[in-house]
Design a protein around this ligand. Structure first.
Ligand code: CAA
Length: 260
C-alpha cells in the first residue's frame, strides 16, 4: 500500500513509522488512522520485524492532536454512531503484541499524547511538550487520555493537566513517570532506533510475554497480576529460546534465538 500521511521504513528488524503531515503539526485525521492501522498490521504480521518506532515528521510535532478541522462540524450522531476514536484505542493496544516505542519529537497534545501513551514506552526529545488541552475546545480526551495519563502520572497531576490544559515539558514528564528517558532532540531518532534494535535482538516470544505481563498490571489486581506473570513464565519455560538462553549462559557464549 502507498501511504500519503505516514512514511514507513525498515531498519533491519525495526520498523520506523513517521506521521507525515508536518504542515498540520501531524494532526491525526481518519486517513492517518487507516494508514497507521495498515502499517502496524504489516509490522505485526511480518516475522522479520521485531520492534517498531513511531515518531512525527518535521521538528515541531509528534502529533498536535486529533484533527480539529475534521471534528469541528461532526455532529453527535456521527461521533456516537461511528464510535469515533474507538479504533485508535482498540487497535494500537490489544492488536499489537510486539513491542513499539513512541519517539516524541515535539508537541504531543490531545490525541498525540494519547497515541504516545498507547506505546510500550515513550522516549522524548528535550523539545517535547505533552498535554491534554481538549478542555479548551469544549471537550475532553477521546482516546483514553483521562485514563492512561492518570495511570502514568497519578490523579493530582492528571487532574491539573486536563482541567487547565497546560503543557508539560519533558523533564517534568519524566519526573512524573510519563516518559522513560529524555534525550537531546538531535539524538532522539538514533537513540530510539538503537533502543528498538536492542529489543529486536531479544527472543521474540519473551519480548511479547514481558510486554503482556507489564500491561496486565494496568488491568489486574496485584495477586491476579502475579498469577498471570507466573503463567507467562511457565509458558516461556516450554520454548526453545528459554533452553537456548540458559544453555548459552552456562556455556559462556552468545545465544542464537529461533523465535520458537
Ligand atoms: N488539528 C488540526 N490542525 C492543527 C492541529 C490540530 N490538532 N494542531 C495544529 N494544526 C494546524 C494549525 O491549524 C495550523 O494550520 P494552518 O497553517 O493551516 O493554519 C498548523 O497546524 C500550524 O499550527 P499553529 O499555527 O497553531 O502553530 P503554533 O506553533 O502557533 O501552535 C500549537 C502550535 C500550540 C500546538 C497549536 O497548533 C495548537 O494549540 N494546536 C491544537 C492542540 C490541541 O488542541 N490538540 C487537541 C486536539 S483535540 C483531540 O486531540 C481530541 C482527542 O483527545 C482525541
Amino acid at each position: 500500500m502507498t501511504f500519503e500521511t505516514i512514511q514507513v521504513e525498515q531498519h533491519d528488524a525495526v520498523t520506523l513509522v513517521r506521521i507525515n503531515r508536518p504542515k498540520a503539526l501531524n494532526a491525526l485525521n481518519s486517513q492517518v488512522l487507516e494508514e497507521l492501522i495498515e502499517a502496524f498490521g504489516s509490522f505485526e504480521a511480518d516475522d522479520t520485524q521485531r520492534c517498531a518506532v513511531l515518531t512525527g515528521a518535521g521538528e515541531k510535532a509528534f502529533a498536535a492532536g486529533a484533527d480539529i478541522k475534521e471534528m469541528a462540524e461532526k455532529p453527535l450522531a456521527e461521533f456516537y454512531g461511528e464510535n469515533f476514536f474507538s479504533r485508535w484505542t482498540s487497535h494500537f493496544t490489544r492488536a499489537i503484541r510486539k513491542p513499539w516505542i513512541a519517539a516524541v519529537n515535539g508537541f504531543a497534545l490531545g490525541g498525540g499524547c494519547e497515541v504516545a501513551m498507547m506505546a510500550d514506552f515513550i522516549l522524548a526529545s528535550d523539545t517535547a511538550k505533552f498535554g491534554q488541552p481538549e478542555i479548551k475546545l469544549g471537550v475532553l480526551p477521546g482516546m483514553g487520555g483521562s485514563q492512561r495519563l492518570t495511570h502514568a502520572v497519578g490523579k493530582a497531576k492528571a487532574m491539573e493537566l486536563v482541567l487547565t490544559g497546560r503543557l508539560m515539558d519533558p523533564e517534568e514528564a519524566e519526573r512524573a513517570g510519563l516518559v522513560a528517558r529524555v534525550v537531546p532532540a538531535a539524538d532522539l531518532l538514533n537513540d530510539a532506533l538503537k533502543t528498538a534494535a536492542t529489543i529486536a535482538s531479544m527472543p521474540p516470544l519473551a519480548a511479547m510475554a514481558n510486554k503482556e505481563a507489564v500491561n496486565a498490571a494496568f488491568e489486574l489486581g496485584l495477586d491476579m497480576g502475579i498469577q498471570h506473570e507466573r503463567r507467562l513464565f511457565n509458558v516461556l519455560s516450554g520454548t526453545e529460546d528459554k533452553r537456548e538462553g540458559m544453555q548459552a549462559f552456562i556455556e559462556k557464549r552468545d545465544p542464537s534465538w529461533s523465535g520458537r
